[in-house]
Structures are given as C-alpha cells and as structure tokens.
Design a protein around this ligand. Structure first.
Ligand SMILES: Nc1ncnc2c1ncn2[C@@H]1O[C@H](COP(=O)(O)OP(=O)(O)OP(=O)(O)O)[C@@H](O)[C@H]1O
Length: 583
C-alpha cells in the first residue's frame, strides 16, 4: 500500500529530476549532476516497481475474490430452494454472466482505490505541465472525448457479450451432448452427429460475428481517437519549442514536457483500461447483486420452526399451480389432506401432474394460488432449507453423482458420510448392497469409468439413488417418485415391500408421511390412501378396497393391469391399510 502511495508522484518527480539533471550538467556541476541522476533513477525505480506491484496486487486480489465469489455464487444458488428461480432464463443468464466474469468483480473491488491514485497522478502531472506552459493543459481537455468515445465503444463490446449469452449456452449444451455417452449413443444411432455439429458451429459463428463486429468498431474508434491525440501532442511540443527561451532552461523544460506528456498518454490509457474494467465489473456486480436479491427474497420467508414429529399431517388448501412458461394450470384448486403417519399413493396418466404435486410438497415450487400446511403451519412461512432438511426423496429423474459409492449414496445425509455401517444399511434398504459388494473397491469404488472406476447400469444407478433416500433416519416426509422404474417387476415388488416397512417404521417414530408415485398397481394398492389425479384435480380418493368398490377409473386400470400380469390380484394389501382422508 505504501508503495502505491509513493508511486503516485513518481513520474512527475522523474520529469523534474531529469530537468534538473540537464541544467546541472550544462553548468558542469558534477556533484549536483550525480545527485540529480540518483534522484531520477530512484523516481524511475519507484514508478516501475510501483506499477508492477499494482498490477500483481490487482491480479492476486482479483484471483482471490474470484475464488471466494465462486463459492458465494454456488451458496446463493443453493439458497434459492425454489426450482422456479433456477428454471428462469433470466436467472440462468445471470449465473452465466457471473461465471464468465468473476475476476472482473475482483478488479472492481480495487477500482475505487485505483481511481483515486490515477486521478492524483494525473493532477500532479497537469500541475507540472502548467508550470511550463498553461496551454499544455488543453491536452488534458482533448483526453476527455477520447476517453468517452472509448468507454462508449467498450460498452458496446460488453453488450454484445450479454446479448449472446443465451446462444453461447445453447452452443455449450450442444458441445456437452457430444461428450455425454448417453446422448452420444442416441446421436450416433440417429445419425445426427454431423447435423448437431453444424448447428453448434452455426451458433458459434453467429456469436463470434456479433462480438467481432463490436470489437472491430471499438478498435477503429481507438485508433482514430488516439491519432487525434498524437497530432495534438506533436503540436504542443512544437509550440513549446517555438515559444521557449533559448538555452539550458528550454532544454530542461522540453525534457520535462516530453516525459510528462508521454506519461500523460500512458495514464490516459490506464484510466481508459480502468474505466473499462470498472464498467465491466459494475455490470457483473449488477448480476451478482440481483442474484443476492433472489436468494434474499427466498430467505425472507420467515423461518418458523418445523415440528419434530407430525400429529395432524399435510394439507393442500385450494392449491393451483402453473409453470411460469406453461400454458394451462397443471393443478387447479386442489384440496387434499395427507394424514400423519399414512402412506399415500398418487396415480394418474402421464403428465397428470403427479411429480408436480410432489415438488410443491417438497417446497421446490410455490403454489400459484392457495397454500400448503404442515401440521397447520403454512409451508410458505417456513424456510425451504428447514423443510427440505426433514424430507427424504427418491425422484424419477434422479441424479447420478459420479463419485465414490460411499459419497454417492451417503450424501443423502452428509452428517453420516463417514458412517460405513449407516451407508451399508441404506444400500441394503435400497437393494444396492448385492452389486456394491462385488465392486472392486466396495464403498470406495468410483462410479465413473473415465476415472478408473466402474460404469453402472440404469437399474444399479437407480438403486444407489434409492439408497440415498434411506440415509436420513427421521424424515417427516418420505417421497418415492417412480423410484423403481428401472427395475424389473419382481425386484420392484420386493423393493416396495421393503420401502413400505420402512414407511411404517417412520410413521410410528414421528408420524412421517410417505408419498409414492407409481404406475404399477401391485405396489400402489399397499398404500393407506390412493389419490387419482386427472385434469389437475383429484378425481378419486380412498383406500384400495374403497376405490375398487367405487368401480371407477382406478378399478378399471387396476383390473387392466392385473389381467396384463395374468393374475387377479398382484399383491395383498399390508396390515393396517385402509385409512383415508380427503377434505
Ligand atoms: N419444469 C417444467 N416447466 C414447464 N412445464 C412442466 C415442467 N415440468 C412439468 N411440466 C408440465 O407439467 C405437466 C405435469 O407434469 P408432471 O411431471 O407433474 O406429470 P406426471 O404426472 O408426473 O407425469 P409422468 O407420469 O409422465 O411422470 C406436464 O404437462 C409437463 O409438460
């Protein structure tokens, strides 16, 4: 910091020392000359070292801010527990901008300091110039439009980057498809590789063309404006020569003016560069602040404590929901009650809204109207993090965490990641222990063939995902959204029976509710309450026995599937099935 302060007047003092050196040398005053030369050398050293120290300091700080920022950005994204925010194109663009310009925010954090130093350095140089000839100050005036023009053009370059973020994202996605084995497989079979390469190539060309146009314009304006400045600089020098007194003083003044003006140009360039970075940094800062705002809005929902166990249950009160860009509402005015300790199955045609209902239940989306309560407590008044911390879920579109088996399954409860016994229990419950035991390194086997690990089959991945859902031991909500879709009918039945036992244990422990989505009625019939979703509403609700007696859609579908499997009743309902409730 001290070096940065000393560096401010260094270049002005160098000009003064050189002028004094010329005068003392002309007077043949050896000791004075040596002193002046030493002073000039010192000023030059401070200026050079200070400049390089400033650059390195800026770089180091920018890098450290950038690393911290990456962590903060991910933290803020995680705070947006609502998937609606994550799915909005504005949000995705914002994150894209931040990822591409984290270091600029780092530079921005230093820019105020740098701006003060730059202005002081410039002011000192101008004062010295004025001591030689007041008209030289006009050069500073010419700098103003040069800087303004450059800044304006630079903003156009930034705009071209922002305008192409969406296209860049699409091109990136197309690139990733080529390196993703599952997508690559389908692309090869469909012979679409070349078409997709051409598509990505076309998008990249468009993006580059748009950016290049702005960049070239900026370069042309740069050259034109600096040419004007150089012409004025030359004229100023001629004017000093023509008006100066002949002799030693004039030679010294000439050297001072040349040193200062040469530096004035460099300072102007520094100022422009700094303004560019500040403008870019401000732009990225805007995106960062908007992201913070999104996260803060979600946190603003008050964090009323979640009960440790359920006594009443979860209720939907006139809930309607439409996806932000979805045309029709997926759920309309839905009012249902899921009693504490019950197992609820949701059935319905593809696209009926079963997964959407579960996502609303998990606080991953907020109802468009109406509200959901947990033991009478409104879900929108509870922090996402709190509620989601009491849920365990296995989703239809589960994640494939290509880490070690222990991490991929154990991350269902991070606090138990080092607890081999717990992870083994969860793998057993998820029916994954059989194949994990045969893996070369057991729990330590990496699940990624590209990292000397193993590649799992679809069914094996699903079992790992299922095991994750068994890691938490005291959830209030246990969600199973087609968790066995990749398994054969027999394995599914066995796994479901095990899950139902688990559900009963959780229900007895703390009144936890288990919600199951399945297209297989052999498992659905085990539930206490079955909800049939159709046209955004519940068309039938009750236990298996009640719905069969109703002889409606459920009964028809059940019979159809039973005939398909060549048996009348695919499975017998477990003990205690039959409780139901519908508000
Ligand atoms: N993120 C989303 N954005 C917009 N629309 C969506 C989104 N997710 C689902 N939808 C739409 O909402 C409707 C219900 O989807 P949902 O996944 O809830 O159905 P589902 O009953 O679970 O279907 P399936 O049995 O095929 O899994 C569908 O029409 C779907 O296109």
């Amino acid at each position: 910091m001290l070096l940065l302060i000393i560096e401010i007047p260094a270049i002005g003092c160098l000009g003064l020392a050189l002028r004094a050196l010329i005068v003392s040398a002309a007077q043949r005053d050896l000791s004075r000359s040596l002193l002046d030369a030493a002073a000039a050398a010192l000023c030059w050293t401070v200026s050079a070292v200070g400049g390089s120290a400033r650059t390195n300091l800026t770089y180091l700080l920018a890098e450290s801010v950038s690393v911290q920022l990456d962590g903060q950005i991910l933290g803020l994204i995680a705070q947006c527990g609502d998937l609606e925010t994550l799915e909005s194109p504005e949000f995705t663009d914002r994150v894209g901008i931040l990822r591409s310009g984290g270091d600029l925010i780092g530079h921005y954090s230093l820019s105020v300091l740098d701006a003060v130093a730059t202005v002081l350095r410039l002011a000192f140089v101008l004062v010295l110039l004025a001591t030689v000839r007041a008209e030289l100050l006009l050069l500073a005036l010419i700098l103003a439009p040069v800087l303004w023009l450059q800044r304006r053009e630079r903003q156009q370059v930034i705009r071209s980057m922002v305008d192409t973020v969406e296209q860049t994202r699409l091109a990136d996605h197309l690139f990733r498809l080529h390196t993703d084995p599952a997508a690559a497989m389908e692309m090869r079979i469909a012979d679409s590789v070349k078409t997709l390469i051409d598509l990505a190539d076309g998008i990249w060309r468009n993006v580059v063309r748009r950016k290049d146009r702005a960049l070239w314009r900026s370069v042309i304006f740069d050259v034109a404006s600096w040419s004007i400045f150089i012409v004025c600089y030359g004229s100023a020098l001629i004017s000093v020569v023509r008006s100066g007194s002949v002799g030693q003083a004039m030679a010294g003044n000439m050297l001072l003016v040349i040193t200062l003006i040469a530096n004035l140009r460099k300072q102007a360039e520094d100022t422009v560069h700094q303004l560019h970075r500040t403008a870019e940094g401000a732009h990225f800062l805007d995106a960062y602040l908007a992201l913070r705002n999104d996260a803060a809005l979600q946190l603003a929902a008050s964090s009323r404590p979640i009960p440790s166990s359920l006594t009443d249950g979860i209720a939907f009160h006139g809930v309607s929901f439409s996806y932000p860009r979805g045309a029709a509402p997926v759920l309309s005015d839905l009012s249902i009650r899921l009693p504490a300790g019950s197992t609820v199955a949701i059935v319905g045609e593809h696209g009926a809204g079963k997964t959407t209902l579960i996502k609303l239940l998990c606080g991953l989306y907020t109802p468009s109207s109406g509200h959901i309560t947990v033991d009478g407590l409104r879900l929108d008044e509870v922090g996402h993090k709190q509620w989601q911390g009491r849920i365990t879920a296995s989703f239809q579109d589960f994640a494939k965490f290509a880490w070690q088996v222990r991490e991929s399954a154990g991350c269902g409860d991070l606090t138990r990641l080092a607890d081999d016994a717990r992870i083994t229990e969860a793998l057993n419950a998820g029916d994954a222990l059989g194949f994990v035991a045969k893996l070369p390194l057991g729990l330590d086997t990496p699940l990624d063939a590209s990292r000397d690990g193993v590649e799992l089959s679809g069914g094996q991945w699903q079992r790992i995902a299922l095991s994750r859902a068994f890691m938490r031991t005291s959830p209030l909500l246990f969600v199973l959204d087609e968790p066995t879709a990749s398994l054969d009918a027999h394995s599914e039945y066995v796994v479901y029976r095990r899950q139902m036992v688990h559900a009963r244990n959780l229900a007895e422990k703390n009144g936890a509710i288990t919600v199951v989505i399945s297209h297989r009625f052999s498992t659905v019939r085990m539930a206490d309450l079955i909800l049939v979703l159709a046209n955004g509403a519940v068309s039938e609700a009750g236990s298996h026995a009640e719905l069969m007696a109703l002889n409606g859609v459920y009964a028809q579908l059940y019979e159809l599937q039973a005939q398909g499997y060549g048996q009348d009743h695919p499975a017998a309902p477990p003990e205690g099935a039959g409780r139901s409730s519908l508000v």
